[in-house]
Ligand binder design. Sequence first.
Ligand code: PHE
Ligand code: FE
Length: 282
Amino acid sequence: MSDWTIPQDWAGYSPGEHALWDTLFARQVALLSTRAAPAFLEGLDVLRLSKPGIPDFAELSERLRQATGWSVVAVPGLIPDEVFFENLANRRFVAGRFIRKPDQIDYLQEPDVFHDVFGHVPLLVNPVFADYMQAYGRGGLRSMQYGSLHRLARLYWYTVEFGLIRDGAGLKLYGAGIASSASESRFAIDSDSPTRLQFDLRRIMRTHYRIDDFQQNYFVIDSFDQLLRETLETDFGPLYAELDVLPEIGIGIVLPGDRVLNRGTQAHAARGRAPGSVHDVN
Ligand code: PHE
Ligand code: FE
């Protein structure tokens, strides 16, 4: 398989690019101290490196390797699915090297280094989540043999990118798409607009998602142990065949069998998308 990695060229970032990272970092840390899962906040320390600004992947990887054996490698942008999965299966997280422009501070279509590193890397310090990501990579390669990549992609979307987790009586965020977005980190935790359902593997694999605005439904796990256990212990081969004969589930819909934590008003979705209200990335 060809190698899609590129040098990060840390020395090639401008002072303005490092300053933009620092601005985004400070803003998210302030928002997340009360909203992110404790494991995410603990993992953030791995990003506090000796140099200011955008993390140097070499230094970051050294820290990660010591914690869980993961490393971070730079890629030019979106890469083929199997290359992405193959890297995860080998405990390598692929990250974009570019950073958004200052006028894109709140809105960006393609994941940049802030989303990829700030959003995803902290949880790779957590041993259970680190194992989940590797298992996901292996499962991704397997899903392609079943023509069921879209189902596995939904699992990634509703956990790795937009997952919520129970924390005592409350809820916290852990998904990277939420954690790297100022507006969605508020929305996902504070708003009564979205519906929050209990994690349900089969349900997730039938559920569409939106890429152009805040999510209309989030799925809540009890713990990373639960997430790892349920996904590892289920053989997805027969499951894919089972799900193929069931109807797909649209976004923002609540079904009779759903375990609903709170039923959203869907007021945000009903208002339609105002310019600038689109979430930051992914
Ligand atoms: N158990 C899944 C399979 O049989 C693999 C997997 C594990 C997928 C963890 C995602 C997360 O394919
Ligand atoms: Fe992402």
